[in-house]
Design a protein around this ligand. Structure first.
Ligand SMILES: Nc1ncnc2c1ncn2[C@@H]1O[C@H](COP(=O)(O)OP(=O)(O)OP(=O)(O)O)[C@@H](O)[C@H]1O
Ligand SMILES: [Mg+2]
Length: 420
């Protein structure tokens, strides 16, 4: 009698385990091919909801640069309720999740809950959280998922919890995979851009030299002709316009020449903050005229890189001018300098990051891939060489440059340079 009962229980246990293996297997299969972080989060949230039934699911991911977990995906809660929710990477919640590598069920672990900092408790309460799930990959906590329900009626069973932890483990790996994939894709994109620019630069150098000499001749001839017209002659205007056009060609040619590395690069110890201040000095008057306020956030007073101050000034000036040109009717230009690099967190303090942010209209996504291309411009008087030149100079300094923008939310140019 008893042995039959034991056998039945054994079979049930076996079936439950098989079903669980099936769920994990399917979960894995559904995640493995998704490389888009947004789609991945949606897929994970949907599966969690189907399997365990919470009405509130909030996924937090680590923002490595700022060292905080911030919400990146949510179900069942308004975006506005999440506006300034953050959990610090070194905060008590994150530390507990990392050390214990298990879910925190608030109802069952009151003493852990009491141990959390009061802002953390506050947030968990406001978000109706019942369970905090860690996303762990390579011994690092890379994300947190909060589960709960509006009425507070949702609960997990022990069996659920075990399965949830297994799935969270898979989800952590899937996120890491997606992040690596994106990083690799960005690297390749930067590499292609560098190659494209190098080829364009070589071609440009040849053309620029060819244009320069005849252009000088044309300019002096036009000037000579101009003097032959009496002051009141209406044709004088035409000739003056011609001179303007020649100057425009001259600017383009000069831009092309600075794209190429004809000039010898002899880097010396240079204080980036000093160079930024010199560049700001040149744009301050224009900013005032356009009612643009300038904000500075410098993490330190001096940051020394190996570089060419003249060329770096050209980079910052180009970026600041782009920002100002995007805000003809006023706005805010924010220059931030810090020392961190998201891809190399351990060597973070050996990089400086300069951000030049504006509150202009932003760049449409379809243009974002082309803005570094020589001659790509949306401005009537633009040469479209500004960013190509910045790219070329920054790369010569073994740094990186990127431009981030969301239409309607302004644009941020980010330059990273290795520190001495
Ligand atoms: N801060 C910004 N806000 C909005 N759009 C920008 C910004 N920076 C660059 N762009 C876009 O990228 C394009 C290319 O910029 P780039 O600096 O290379 O050339 P340009 O500014 O058009 O010409 P030039 O630099 O010769 O004046 C710009 O025409 C503009 O469309
Ligand atoms: Mg420009």
């Amino acid at each position: 009698m008893r042995s039959r009962m034991l056998r039945r229980e054994g079979i049930q246990l076996f079936r439950r385990r098989a079903a669980r293996r099936q769920i994990i297997h399917e979960f894995n299969r559904s995640l493995i091919l998704i490389s888009d972080p947004e789609a991945l989060q949606a897929s994970i949230a949907t599966r969690i909801r189907e399997l365990f039934g919470p009405d509130i699911i909030i996924i937090f991911q680590l923002d490595r640069e700022r060292g905080v977990f911030s919400p990146t995906y949510s179900v069942g809660i308004e975006r506005s309720a999440l506006a300034d929710v953050r959990f610090h990477q070194r905060g008590r919640l994150a530390r507990w999740l990392l050390v214990n590598e298990s879910c925190l069920v608030i109802e069952r672990a009151r003493q852990v809950y009491e141990f959390l900092s009061s802002p953390e408790r506050d947030w968990l309460g406001r978000l109706n959280t019942s369970v905090c799930v860690p996303l762990i990959s390579l011994n690092r906590l890379t994300g947190i998922i909060l589960l709960g329900s509006r009425g507070g009626h949702w609960e997990v069973t022990d069996g659920d919890l075990e399965l949830l932890e297994l799935l969270a483990h898979q989800a952590g790996l899937a996120f890491e995979n997606a992040a690596l994939y994106q990083q690799q894709r960005d690297r390749l994109r930067r590499l292609h851009r560098a190659e494209r620019l190098a080829a364009a630069g070589q071609l440009a150098a040849g053309v620029a030299h060819e244009i320069r000499n005849p252009l000088t001749a044309i300019r002096s001839t036009i000037q000579y002709i101009l003097h032959r017209f009496p002051r009141e002659d209406p044709n004088r205007e035409l000739v003056i316009e011609l001179l303007g056009e020649v100057d425009r060609i001259d600017r383009t040619v000069n831009g092309l020449l600075s794209l190429t590395r004809s000039r010898r690069f002899e880097p010396v110890e240079t204080d980036v903050i000093g160079v930024i201040e010199q560049s700001l000095l040149l744009v301050e008057a224009q900013a005032r005229r356009q009612a643009v306020t300038i904000d500075r956030h410098y993490e330190r007073d001096h940051l020394v890189v190996m570089g060419d101050a003249h060329q770096l000034k050209q980079v910052f000036l180009n970026l600041m001018l782009n920002a100002l040109q995007a805000m003809p009717d006023g706005g805010r230009l924010t220059i931030s300098v810090s020392t961190r690099h998201p891809e190399y967190p351990l060597r973070g303090d050996r990089w400086t990051k300069i951000e030049i942010a504006d509150t202009g209209p932003g760049i449409p996504p379809e243009n974002l891939d082309r803005i570094f291309d020589p001659f790509f411009t949306t401005k009537r008087d633009g040469t479209g060489l500004g960013l190509s030149i910045c790219h070329s100079i920054v790369h010569q300094h073994e740094g990186e440059i990127e431009v981030r923008s969301q239409p309607g939310q302004g644009t941020t140019a980010v330059v990273r340079l290795p520190l001495v």
